[in-house]
Design a protein around this ligand. Structure first.
Ligand SMILES: [Zn+2]
Length: 138
């Protein structure tokens, strides 16, 4: 009996470094092509359909659309991470803003980034002390 079917396979096309928005850090990524293969018995013979390409972070394993590697996105993530680092390490918002402006950001964009990062830090701070509130309430 002839057994055929299809199977999904992933092939690493390239690898490199990128700024992972999930890890907020520079990480290794693998550029993978996901395809469907024609299967004869248990052997994948040939590619029948390209399903897509992804950039996969090698630390958090999050998969991103390939546009993540575009310089405009990479620059934005680096700017956000830099502001986040500064603000969480006691640098004042004014000093952080002047650093962002020195990196080439406009005044209003720098304000927006700082506001965004501050809101994110408040959420992180809340969840880091939340178990303490529960303990005090019980
Ligand atoms: Zn990651």
């Amino acid at each position: 009996m002839l057994t055929t079917g299809s199977t999904r396979r992933e092939k690493v096309i390239a690898q490199g470094q990128f700024f992972c928005p999930q890890c907020h850090a520079l990480r290794l990524y693998k550029h993978k092509r996901i395809s469907e293969y024609f299967l004869l018995y248990l052997f994948p013979l040939f590619e029948t359909q390209k399903l897509g390409e992804v950039a996969e972070c090698q630390v958090c394993r999050t998969r991103f659309d390939m546009t993540i590697l575009e310089p405009k996105h990479q620059v934005l993530f680096k700017v956000i991470a830099s502001a986040r680092y500064d603000l969480s390490h006691g640098i004042s918002p004014e000093e952080t803003k002047s650093r962002l402006v020195a990196m080439g950001l406009g005044d209003d964009v720098a304000d927006m980034v700082i506001q965004m990062v501050q809101q994110f830090l408040v959420v992180v701070a809340f969840f880091s002390v939340y178990p303490l509130f529960q303990l005090l309430a019980s």
